[in-house]
Design a protein around this ligand. Structure first.
Ligand code: DC
Length: 220
C-alpha cells in the first residue's frame, strides 16, 4: 500500500486547494474524487437519464483518470471532459446521482485501485470513512458556512460573474444537508480523522498542519 492521505469535508472548505498543495510539496498524486462524480453526472445529463435509470445507465460510463502536465484529467468513454464538469448544472446533477449505490460502488473501486500502490492525497466526502479506511492520515477539513460562502463569492467576483452572497450561502447549507443525510456513505468525520477548521486559517497554515500530521504518521 502507498502512503494515503484522505481529506474529507463539506463543499467549499478548501479541500482541493490544500490537497493539491500537499501533493505538490510531497510529490504525491492528487486524486479529486468529486471530479469523477461530476463526470458520471455529465454522462447521465447527456443521456437524459431519469433518476430510476441511473442504476443501468451508470454501467455504460467508463471513467478513467490520467495526469497531464501535473493536472488530473478525467476521461469519460475516452473523451477528456475536464472542460465540462465544473458547471452548476453538472454540480446539481452530481448531488442527485452521487447517492446512488451503483454509482458509488463503481467509483469507489476505481479510487481504491488508484491508491493501492501509489502515494496519494485523495479528497472527497467518504474517503476516510469508506474508500480508504486504512489511510495513514485522515483529515476532516471544514469551515463555517458563511466563510465558505464568502470564499466562493470572491472566486466568482474575480471571474467577473455576478452573484449574491446570501444565495451562495443558502446553496452551501443545502449541499451540506444533502451530503450529510444521504443513506450511503454520508459526509461525516471518520472516528480517527483529525478535525481542522480552516475558518480563520490561511491556506499555508492548513497545508503545514496536514504535512505535520503526515510526518508524525510516517514515524508510527
Ligand atoms: O467536491 P465536488 O463539489 O466536486 O463534488 C461533486 C459532488 O460529488 C458532490 O455532490 C458530492 C459528491 N461526492 C461524493 O459524494 N463523494 C465523493 N467522494 C466526492 C464527491
Amino acid at each position: 500500500m502507498g502512503f494515503n492521505i484522505a481529506i474529507d469535508g463539506p463543499a467549499g472548505a478548501g479541500k482541493s486547494t490544500i490537497a493539491k498543495m500537499i501533493a505538490a510539496k510531497m510529490g504525491y498524486i492528487y486524486v479529486d474524487t468529486g471530479a469523477m462524480y461530476r463526470a458520471m453526472a455529465l454522462y447521465l445529463l447527456r443521456e437524459k437519464a431519469a433518476t430510476e435509470q441511473i442504476d443501468g445507465k451508470c454501467q455504460e460510463a467508463d471513467i478513467t483518470i490520467a495526469y497531464e502536465n501535473g493536472e488530473q484529467v478525467v476521461y469519460l468513454n475516452g473523451e477528456n471532459v475536464n472542460a465540462y464538469i465544473r458547471t452548476e448544472e453538472v454540480g446539481r446533477m452530481a448531488s442527485v446521482s452521487s447517492p446512488n449505490p451503483q454509482v458509488r460502488k463503481k467509483l469507489t473501486q476505481l479510487q481504491q485501485k488508484l491508491a493501492a500502490d501509489t502515494d496519494v492525497v485523495m479528497d472527497g466526502r467518504d474517503i476516510g470513512t469508506c474508500v480508504l479506511p486504512d489511510a495513514q492520515v485522515k483529515v476532516y477539513l471544514t469551515a463555517d458556512s458563511h466563510e465558505r460562502a464568502l470564499r466562493r463569492y470572491k472566486e466568482l467576483v474575480e471571474k467577473g460573474e455576478s452573484c449574491d452572497l446570501e444565495t451562495i450561502e443558502k446553496d452551501i447549507i443545502e449541499r451540506d444537508r444533502q451530503d450529510m443525510t444521504r443513506e450511503i456513505s454520508p459526509l461525516k468525520q471518520a472516528e480517527d480523522a483529525v478535525l481542522i477548521d480552516s475558518s480563520h486559517m490561511t491556506v499555508e497554515e492548513v497545508a503545514n498542519a496536514v504535512i505535520a500530521l503526515c510526518q508524525s504518521g510516517k514515524q508510527l
